[in-house]
Design a protein around this ligand. Sequence first.
Ligand SMILES: C[S@@+](CC[C@H](N)C(=O)[O-])C[C@H]1O[C@@H](n2cnc3c(N)ncnc32)[C@H](O)[C@@H]1O
Length: 420
Amino acid sequence: MTGDQDSSAVVRDQYEAYPYPPRIPAKEAERRIIRGSPSPLDELNHYVFGGRRDFRQPFRALVAGCGTGDAAIMLGYELQASGCPAEVVCIDLSNAALGIVERRAKTRGLRNLRLHRASLLELDGLSLRGFDYIDCCGVLHHLDDPPAGLAALRRALAPGGGIGLMVYAPLGRAGVYEVQALLRLTGEGLSLDQRIDLALLTLDALPDGHPFKTNKGITDHHLLGHAGIVDLLLHARDRAYLVPELVALVRGAGLAISGFIEPARYQPVRYVSDPGLKARLSALAPEDAWAAAELISGTIKKHICYLVEPATLSSALARPDSPDVVPLLDVRDQAEFAGRLSRGSGLVLNYDGAKLRYPLPRGATALILAIDGRRSLAEIHAALGATAGPYERFKEAFDMLYTALNAGNMMFLRYPASRK
Ligand SMILES: C[S@@+](CC[C@H](N)C(=O)[O-])C[C@H]1O[C@@H](n2cnc3c(N)ncnc32)[C@H](O)[C@@H]1O
């Protein structure tokens, strides 16, 4: 057995004992969908297919390292609800995790999931390929050789397909790696369950000034029970990527980043108000700007991004450049949201203490209320009537609204051909 197989077995055993995240299949009967990025259908259409994917056509997705199935269930549900002839292939090393996905899918009546116990490194050998979309969330950073993992995913893509990726980021995980290292020192020779007890005792003993204690963004150990403790603090293999390291990983696989979620977090000019500083940040090339945003923020704990082939990059990201485009709002309560915006002087996105400000156009409330997920910009303009003024003025207002709401991951675009 090679060292890699050996340590992969440790990772697998960990997720057999503590499938992640902990989920109760019977809860699917409550019909609530656990939504998250990457991979909501409108979001992936926006960042991978320029908003132009026709979901009436067959769609093949892979969830690589599906864990207990949050993305698989969300994607399977959204595709089934839209009537798309789709197949969502789910692979994972952990049988326990796959068992939970299977029971969740059954409870919810999903018919489009196919489950395989496999490593994503085995995709070639299993002839699992030709995927329009691959979700790989929280997995690559647990591999012995993440570049080999991303290369395997790329080979499994259909032409023009894309990947929704999440990997850890170090600055927002301040304290985590120190506690992991400490527990490796003190936990030598103990079973996993004994090390969980040790971790709990250790967390109680940490001084108030310890970076893990002052890091309010880390919550898994409070919210996810023993599975959360294991995943966060007792992981056999876990690394984090600064933006330049992520860019190198992605480029090494022959891919390109079409967008980050949430976009606002990666726009450094939004963190500062001094005009001179803004000007220097505005002058940065995109990859340096993303890196600068991570360094200014200091709190990004994971990078969520969409990857496409460089040749399709220019068309992968949807843009509001035609009156045909259909804006889609992703907020819980549209009327409440519109009302809240009408009382403020712009949109303020509050991310881990950073307040990122976006101006809004006059008439933003009426515009938001006119968006119904079906009407195009031209149709919304017509519906608003004389108050909206000529199309050019309306479009300027829409662009300002779009800049703000897309930055906060609350607005995507879809072109008519991809209507569900
Ligand atoms: C932190 S969990 C993330 C689960 C899920 N993607 C999510 O975001 O909720 C990591 C999962 O990746 C799986 N995994 C780790 N290495 C893998 C590999 N080489 N191939 C397939 N799955 C793997 C683990 O078994 C585990 O279920």
